[in-house]
Write a protein that binds this ligand. Structure first.
Ligand SMILES: Nc1ncnc2c1ncn2[C@@H]1O[C@H](COP(=O)(O)OP(=O)(O)OP(=O)(O)O)[C@@H](O)[C@H]1O
Ligand SMILES: [Mg+2]
Length: 328
């Protein structure tokens, strides 16, 4: 063992502490559709092994970003490196290293589950000897073995998504770009899909996944919030939640229209968001404001079921950040 004070030891420690090269890096990446800057001077850094969630309102530029990274769209300005290759000069090398699942992916409905996998294996030049074994392994991984002879068109929505993911994985790419892979899928299938993603993440695959579901964003190692083509926040879910000042009070009023109106007039209430039957009030100080809000509701004869201080979730943080953007 080297003397801990020796230069050798210091070099060793420095080398293990030095940051690894990003696996994806973009500088001022821009894509325009006429005058619309769908992706606008995007600077994005993804580290190897990240499970990166891309969130943002409709039209924010998530799909365009993923399509640019997948080499499917022409870049107007800026540059990107993926797995050490420049997107402009080495698109073929990049294509071998990424798996891209489009928002509206297409399977071949008339082909069976297994035939779809083998079809994508051919497209990605997977050797004939490796094809069968990989397909069987992916079928097991995606829980589709017993359906392997069923036509893809006859699978449930959730199973189709899992098959699409399996097809995306057939050439064993180290980087996955998944565009809303679980949208419209029932909660049980969503959970199963995310268990698969988590397993891939634990095995070292780098994943960028766009999602409209905030519980999914919460499962990511980092989350990027896009707004009007730009990345406006990029951090761990915990740090993004932590960006919201104050506390959250959850209240279930009988008449939430009236409750919402009243809440916005009360001292210390920064913001009000509605969630189904619940009213979520962002306040400066939860302990201090809870009793004041309860008294105000009683005084105004507004009945409510429960009122409590609740933990801030990604959902509240996301909506609050978007509102801040909209206010400019
Ligand atoms: N092929 C295209 N031609 C013209 N405009 C486009 C095209 N694709 C996207 N856009 C525009 O670019 C902007 C970004 O769209 P994009 O699909 O990337 O958003 P998104 O964040 O994926 O939205 P969603 O959550 O609805 O999927 C939008 O204003 C959209 O209308
Ligand atoms: Mg999209």
């Amino acid at each position: 063992m080297a003397d801990p004070r020796s230069e050798e030891a210091v070099n060793y420690v420095t080398s293990i502490q030095s940051p690894v090269n990003p696996i994806i890096e973009t500088h001022t990446l821009t894509r325009k559709f006429k005058e619309n800057r769908a992706v606008d001077s995007l600077d994005l850094t993804i580290q190897p092994g990240d499970l990166f969630g891309l969130v943002g309102p409709d039209g924010a530029g998530k799909t365009t970003t993923l399509r640019l990274l997948a080499g499917l769209l022409y870049v107007n300005e800026g540059q990107a490196t993926i797995a050490g290759f420049d997107l402009a000069t080495h698109p073929e090398e990049i294509k071998q290293r990424i798996g891209y699942m489009a928002q509206a992916f297409s399977l071949y409905g008339k082909l069976s589950v297994l035939e779809n996998l083998l079809f994508f294996a051919e497209i990605f030049d997977v050797s004939r000897t490796a094809q069968k074994a990989r397909a069987e392994r992916l079928l097991a991984f995606a829980g589709l073995t017993e359906f392997k002879n069923r036509r893809a068109a006859h699978l449930s929505g959730g199973m189709q998504k899992k098959l699409a993911l399996a097809c995306t994985l057939i050439h064993e790419p180290p980087i996955l770009l998944l565009d809303e892979p679980t949208t419209g899928v029932d909660p049980v299938s969503r959970r199963e899909f995310w268990n698969i993603l988590t397993e891939l993440h634990l095995n070292g695959t780098t994943i960028i996944v766009s999602t409209p579901y905030m519980d999914e964003a919460d499962r990511c190692s980092r989350v990027g919030l896009m707004y009007e083509g730009k990345l406006v926040v990029c951090d761990s879910p915990a740090n993004i939640r932590g960006q919201l000042q104050g506390d959250l009070i959850e209240i279930f009023p009988e008449d939430w229209h009236a409750a919402h109106r009243l809440a916005l007039t009360l001292e210390g209430v920064i913001e009000a968001q509605t969630y189904g039957e619940a009213l979520h009030l962002l306040v400066d100080d939860g302990t201090r404001r809870l009793s004041q809000i309860q008294s105000a509701f009683t005084k105004n004869q507004l009945a409510y079921k429960t009122a409590r201080i609740a933990p801030i979730r990604m959902e509240e943080a996301f909506i609050s950040l978007i509102r801040q953007m909209e206010r400019g």
